[in-house]
Design a protein around this ligand. Structure first.
Ligand code: C2E
Ligand code: MG
Ligand code: MG
Length: 572
């Protein structure tokens, strides 16, 4: 029996050692240590059957001693050594998960040994009870109680990390009839076989639990969105395509799954289980062997996403995209200085689609990269076309998606496209979102410098909505800030928005950057922005996005200044 004695008093230790040697002889292997710090280290290194623990140590006293031992080795039994007269305290400490106590200098070796053996036995049954309370006895996987504890913890962690938690509720279809016709024994074997397959299909960090009967749950942490959970649901359903070997026969069974997401479906962690349960019943109602999300809206979003994704594949090849151009006017000279290229999708069945219906899907699926290349190419082709018509050329702003901008090939693609069409790079302004700049600032800085060297202008789109950090702004070679239209839209009435616009404009001035206000709709907004030094404006007050031939007409009527560079220099 390996005993760890944690005792700083040499006399007390010597007495115990003598008693144990006399009663246990060679069967007792006693290691003495005199601080809690050294004890936790010893526990981390070696296996001990029991800890004899004094509660007055140089580096800890009282219940802290117990807690630190339990933290270091939760499964080791503890026998507390109390001084004479300290017994009340010793009994109180028994309630904190200590298995027994001994009063120092009392009783002989036999009594001490008996107490130690009793403590070891008691700890063993505690561990077993604890296990039974948290694990399912048939399949050995965690049970409902365990799942609920973990769910609460996962939700707390997700709140902090701004991540999502996914919960899937799985119920076997018509399991009752298996039990009724083939008997409980085969039913149990089927459940175990199902668990083996489910275990193999989930990822290492995911938690599979049995909630009771034929009900299971899978808890997913660190989830980005519904698609990831959907993939898990599909993998779980795929476990049921092959029949299960159950004793002498093979059994086929399917499952229905309900899916829910925190914090999308609910803010309440315990309601999650309930929501997943409800969704599971919806899956059963829609014919079994399938999964359903808890909310209708999420269900529809997933369907819509898949439809858009598969249509996008064809859209690029079939030339279903086109660009419209929204002019940007100089607030000082009311001339057209630039246009922003905005994409439109002529969907063969659904008609004209706006970016908010497909850009997010294109970004998540990666199709935004070929779309971005097409846009750049189309802008260059259009500039050449306007040039052929002998029109004074405006600068063209092109939106760039974050994932495209972060690709190493991006800079080369920009450079080569401009070269191929013979476009003056200063005519192109790339609009990057604030979010894509704030991710990995060192890499972003290199990327921006590279782009800058090609001669294009760089703008931050939707400025003010992201996580602007002024010190980064100063380091980035940016030319333009575009004030997000959400700040512009309430300028007439909202004092906060006035303050934000005013601040952005003064930042732009101090950093020597151009400013463009998006979404100007009223004279009042225009007046405020002009008064506060905004240089360019874009919005329905001036013009909606136009077709290329309408832009041509506009360029004839309000030509950009002869040289954009000259005009910039004049008003700077
Ligand atoms: P954005 O870059 O902020 O573009 C400005 C959006 O504001 C455009 O919406 C434009 O039509 C709209 N807008 C302009 N003036 C006004 C106004 O006075 N009032 C209001 N309420 N809205 C106005 P659109 O065309 O629907 O584009 C939406 C977003 O889609 C764009 O926001 C941009 O982020 C993205 N997008 C558009 N085209 C492309 C593209 O070719 N590539 C990429 N990656 N994203 C694009
Ligand atoms: Mg834009
Ligand atoms: Mg914008």
């Amino acid at each position: 029996m390996r005993i760890l004695l944690v005792e700083d008093d040499a006399d007390d230790a010597a007495f115990l050692r003598a008693c144990l040697a006399q009663a246990g002889g060679r069967t007792v292997d006693l290691t003495r240590i005199d601080t809690i710090a050294a004890a936790t280290e010893a526990l981390a290194q070696g296996q001990f059957d029991v800890v004899l623990l004094d509660l007055h140590l140089p580096d800890a006293t009282g219940s802290e001693c117990v807690e630190r031992i339990q933290q270091a080795q939760p499964e080791v039994p503890i026998v507390v050594l109390s001084g004479q007269g300290d017994e009340d305290y010793a009994i109180e400490i028994l309630n904190r998960g200590v298995q027994d106590y001994l009063v120092k200098w009392e009783g002989g070796g036999r009594i001490i040994l008996r107490s130690i053996r009793y403590a070891i036995e008691r700890k063993r049954s505690e561990i077993k009870l604890n296990y039974l309370a948290r694990y399912d006895s048939l399949t050995g996987i965690p049970n409902r109680q365990y799942l609920c504890d973990q769910l609460e913890r996962a939700v707390t962690r997700a709140q902090r990390a701004r991540k999502k938690v996914g919960l899937l509720f799985l119920d076997l279809d018509r399991f009752k009839s298996v039990n009724d016709t083939l008997g409980h024994q085969l039913g149990d074997r089927l459940l175990c076989a199902v668990v083996e397959r489910l275990k193999a299909s989930i990822r290492a960090g995911d938690l599979l639990a049995r909630l009771g009967g034929d009900e299971f749950a899978v808890l997913l942490e660190d989830v980005a969105g519904p698609l990831e959970v959907e993939a898990v649901a599909r993998a779980l359903l795929a476990c049921f395509t092959e029949p299960f070997d159950v004793g002498p026969r093979q059994l086929s069974v399917t499952a229905s799954i309900g899916v829910t997401l925190y914090p999308v479906d609910t803010q309440d962690p315990l309601a999650l289980l309930n929501n997943a349960d409800i969704a599971m019943y919806q899956a059963k109602e829609s014919g079994r062997n399938t999964f359903r999300f808890f909310t209708q809206s999420m269900q529809e979003e997933i369907l819509r996403y898949h439809r858009v994704e598969s249509d996008l594949k064809k859209a690029i090849a079939d030339g279903q995209f086109r660009l419209v151009y929204q002019p940007q006017f100089g607030l000082h000279d009311r001339r057209v200085h630039a246009v922003e290229a905005l994409i439109r999708w002529n969907h063969p069945e659904r008609g004209l689609l706006w970016p908010d219906e497909f850009i997010a899907v294109a970004e998540e699926s990666g199709y935004i990269v070929p779309i971005g290349l097409w846009t750049l190419e189309e802008v260059c082709r259009q500039l050449k076309e306007w040039e052929r018509l002998r029109l004074p050329l405006p600068r063209v702003a092109v939106n760039v998606a974050a994932i495209h901008f972060h690709q190493p090939a991006f800079r080369r693609q920009v450079q080569q496209t401009l070269l191929r069409y013979g476009i003056d790079p200063s005519l192109i302004e790339l609009e990057l979102t604030e979010r894509s700049l704030m991710e990995d600032t060192d890499a972003v800085q290199t990327c921006l410098r590279g782009l800058k060297e090609t001669g294009v202008r760089l703008a931050i789109d939707d400025f003010g909505t992201g996580y602007s950090c002024l010190s980064y702004l100063r380091r980035f070679p940016i030319d333009v800030l575009k004030i997000d239209r959400s700040f512009v839209s309430d300028l007439d009435s909202n004092g906060d928005d006035q303050a934000i616009c005013g601040t952005i404009l003064s930042i732009a001035q101090q950093l020597g950057l151009d400013s463009v206000a998006e979404g100007i709709e009223t004279e009042g907004q225009l007046e405020y922005l002009t008064r506060h030094g905004c240089r360019y404006g874009q919005g329905f007050l001036f013009s909606p996005p136009l077709e290329a031939h309408e832009v041509a007409e506009l360029l004839r009527r309000h030509p950009p200044p002869v040289s954009l560079r000259e005009a910039d220099a004049q008003t700077a």
